[in-house]
Design a protein around this ligand. Structure first.
Ligand SMILES: *Cc1c(COP(=O)(O)O)cnc(C)c1O
Length: 397
């Protein structure tokens, strides 16, 4: 059967691919340590589960409006006001089947053939493919390791052309854990004010931050940009709710309406039960987040120290999210047996096949000198996995 030309640039998500490979090895009885996970390893808090159970018992199990229920939209408006000092009305909110779905629908709603979208690299794996699926072209701007994996206003400015329609900003970042300070956001904002570029601000790791870092949305820092920004967030990471599939977007009412129309012609509403659970997550006690972040922080410090002690590795200390993203180019050109390490993929394969450790090669993130390790796994696994990686890397010569 023929596949449409639209699929020419589309790849499966590499992070999901590594997880699937590791799972298949585990199923064959192999003791695999997985650092591929893109989700917290904690359980969804009880009060959130209970709200879902209650909603089933209440018979709240039918279609809702395609773009989400009014009471959830109100809870989202209250959250954006409380945490981000951003004022929105429910008509400016769209609830989707995960933040990924919101991001996809933004691309469909605002991008068209010939448009360009600026994406800083290393980037979250799905951004370029979502841009391609909308017929547009990703324009990649490399954020340098010496700038802590953040792009500068000059680099942003240099990438803008008359075709630029959108700019993706993901702070804190998956995969690097880099996060822009208020001052850095102000300087990026200066480049964007007065243009008609839409800022797609992916704030999914807003709550998972360390070392006293203060999170800011670019729309908060520069109020002139609020009408030019679509804020994307969700409950997957903050409340350990990846399987519930609820994310949301906040932005100008006309774009939100267009996105809701796309949903009404494709997925229809996000799950009614998960929407009720999300209200409980947003309006309920928030101490579950502190507990999770405290635990992530211990693992983060341990993992970064261990990675920096491996010869040929150099690891930036992440400010947010739950990934370490070491530069591994110091081992390029080395060998062990049949394995020659010359890029992130060959190291990924070497570690999986020889010591059964699953990491994600940086190629899919636009960074072939790096690998990504998630610390959303137990301290015991982290210790064991890093011992194995160290042993494997020391065997290279
Ligand atoms: C996990 C993730 C998302 C998507 O999360 P959903 O589960 O779809 O809500 C979006 N952006 C980034 C950077 C992520 O890491």
């Amino acid at each position: 059967m023929n596949i449409s030309k639209r699929m020419d640039n589309i790849k499966p998500s590499p992070t999901l691919a590594v997880s699937a490979k590791a799972k298949a090895m585990k199923a064959r009885g192999i003791d695999v340590i997985g650092f591929g996970a893109g989700e917290p390893d904690f359980d969804t808090p009880d009060h959130i589960k209970e709200a879902a159970i209650q909603s089933i018992q209440d018979g709240f199990t039918k279609y809702t409006p395609a773009g989400g229920t009014e009471d959830l939209k109100q809870a989202i408006c209250a959250k954006l006001q409380r945490d981000n000092n951003l004022t929105y009305e429910p008509a400016q909110i769209l609830v989707s089947c995960g933040a990924k779905h919101s991001l996809y629908n933004i691309c469909q709603a605002i991008l068209f053939d010939g448009d360009e979208a600026i994406i800083p690299a290393p980037y979250w794996v799905s951004y370029p493919d979502m841009v391609y699926l909308a017929g547009a072209t990703p324009v990649i701007v490399d954020a340098k390791a010496e700038n802590d994996y953040k792009i500068t206003p000059e680099e942003l400015k240099a990438a803008i052309t008359p075709k630029t329609k959108a700019f993706f900003l993901n702070s804190p970042s998956n995969p690097t854990g880099a996060a822009y300070t208020e001052d850095e956001l102000k300087k990026l904002a200066e480049v964007l004010v007065g243009t008609d570029i839409t800022i797609i601000s992916d704030e999914i790791y807003e709550s998972i931050i360390y070392d006293g870092f203060v999170f800011n949305s670019i729309a908060t820092v520069e109020p002139k940009l609020q009408d030019q920004t679509i804020v994307v967030n969700g409950v997957s990471k903050t409340y350990s709710m990846t399987g519930w599939r609820i994310g949301y977007a906040a932005g100008p009412a006309n774009v939100i309406k267009a996105m809701a129309n796309i949903q009404s012609q494709s997925t229809s509403n996000p799950t009614s039960i998960a929407q009720k659970a999300t209200i409980a997550a947003l309006n309920g006690p928030q101490d579950c987040i502190t507990m999770m972040v405290t635990e992530f922080d211990k693992r983060r410090k341990y993992m970064v120290d261990r990675l920096n002690a491996i010869p040929g590795f150099s690891c930036f200390t992440p400010k947010g999210a739950f990934y370490a993203f070491p530069n591994i180019s110091g081992v390029f050109g080395k060998k062990a047996g049949d394995h020659v390490i010359n890029d992130s993929t060959s190291l990924e394969t070497y570690l999986l096949e020889t010591v059964n450790v699953a990491v994600v090669g940086g190629l899919g993130f636009g960074a072939d000198n790096n690998i990504r390790l998630s610390y959303a796994t137990s301290m015991e696994n982290i210790e064991k996995g890093l011992n194995r990686i160290q042993e494997a890397v020391e065997k290279l010569s």
